[in-house]
Design a protein around this ligand. Structure first.
Ligand SMILES: C[S@@+](CC[C@H](N)C(=O)[O-])C[C@H]1O[C@@H](n2cnc3c(N)ncnc32)[C@H](O)[C@@H]1O
Length: 366
């Protein structure tokens, strides 16, 4: 039976997508599947690809490897300016037919119907997008191997329950890392994902530069530039470690987690350029993207992990102070402090937990 299609607009692009009801969340595994909850995810990739095309002096080869309706690849083809070509691939025949319909009239795309891992071993790309249902694990090896020197790998993970420590044994099996199910779970998960990609890249003598990484709604997303060189790989590997997360557990119990990425979650220079690029773009979720980039800039140079006003207040049995007061006090005392992408009540600081407790006692005693 023919799937009914409807025309929608995302960013500046019109797309044909299957007509069925879908709520915010991981959704269903339907052929030609289109998930409006991933609009912001696709928005950010438009900015990153534009940045990559701007920075390149030769035609940029782009792969939307797990494309479903082709929404991302088609948007890139239509909304990014410059010299590039997009290969839009899905191994599902129905999805492939939909990609053909959605690329009709675009001369900078090709539709392909292959197993993405086979395609990756046939051809190298400057930008590879891996956006699966669930875990990206089955695609990382071929992707890191076949992205060009200085190319970008974009990866979505929706196995957030695993990365966030609901299923620690699954996380150990999949990512060879111990997660943490506490208020920092999303940052821990994001860092486990980056750490995994770093280790997989090192096998092929490649080092990583994390351009931007975020945890939004039900997914995690990372944009990583890969650089060829055994030295680069060694340097990156040094940043993947087991860490003591005792201060970030509810029980203050000695807890070692990881190995995970312990360095910056973003590249500040790239963030600045993305902000400028964003001004000229029509995005589906511009406000959310703007907020993410602002928070990312604020948190880049701050230490690993964070506290929340709610958690610290409940541990001290005081009512939560305003975050702005806490940040002001910490900065006055000479500490680094700032907001993070991981929640409106969350903050990062280089103060110890004891010092944070003292600040809370002072702010709440007014
Ligand atoms: C979550 S959807 C992709 C969503 C899409 N990127 C978007 O932004 O709308 C995942 C897609 O991957 C396809 N897929 C799964 N395994 C694959 C493989 N090994 N090779 C190619 N496509 C695959 C599925 O058919 C499905 O359409």
């Amino acid at each position: 039976m023919e799937t009914l299609l409807k025309k929608i607009k995302e960013g500046k692009t019109f797309l044909l997508v299957p007509e069925y009801k879908n709520k915010k969340g991981p959704g269903e595994k339907k052929a030609g599947f289109y998930n409006p909850a991933m609009k912001m995810n696709r928005d950010v990739s438009i900015l990153i690809v534009q940045w990559l095309v701007n920075a390149s002096n030769k035609p940029v080869k782009i792969l939307d490897g797990l494309a479903a309706s082709g929404a991302r690849g088609v948007r890139i083809a239509n909304e990014v300016e410059g010299d590039f070509f997009v290969t839009i691939n899905d191994w599902n025949k129905k999805a492939f037919n939909l990609i053909i319909k959605n690329t009709n009239g675009l001369d900078n795309t090709e539709a392909v119907c292959k197993n993405v891992n086979c395609l990756l071993h046939e051809k190298k790309f400057h930008y590879i997008d891996i956006d699966p249902f669930g875990t990206p694990i089955p695609y990382i090896d071929a992707a890191v191997k076949n992205v060009t020197h200085n190319g970008v790998l974009a990866v979505t993970a929706t196995d957030t329950a695993t990365l966030c420590g609901v299923y620690p044994k699954t996380c150990i099996r999949r990512y060879s890392a111990m997660p943490l199910h506490s208020w920092v779970k999303h940052e821990v998960g994001l860092r486990i994902l980056i750490g995994y990609i770093c280790r997989e890249s090192a096998k092929y003598d490649k080092g990583i530069d994390v351009l931007l990484s975020h945890s939004t709604d039900h997914y995690m997303r990372v944009y990583i530039r890969l650089r060829k060189g055994a030295k680069e790989a060694d340097e990156s590997l040094k940043k993947v470690k087991k860490v003591d997360a005792t201060d970030f557990t509810y029980e203050n119990k000695k807890t070692m987690i990881g190995p995970l990425w312990t360095e910056k979650l973003h590249n500040k220079e790239v963030l600045k350029k993305l902000k400028v690029i964003m001004q000229g773009k029509t995005l589906g979720k511009k406000r959310n993207v703007e907020k993410l980039l602002t928070r990312a800039e604020e948190e880049t140079d701050l230490p690993i992990f964070f506290y929340t006003t709610d958690v610290i207040s409940s541990q001290l049995k005081v009512s939560p102070p305003k975050l702005s007061h806490v940040l002001e006090m910490l900065k006055k005392l000479g500490f680094k402090a700032g907001r993070t992408q991981f929640g409106d009540a969350s903050f990062k600081t280089d103060a110890t937990k004891k010092e944070v407790y003292q600040v809370f006692k002072k702010t709440t005693s007014y």
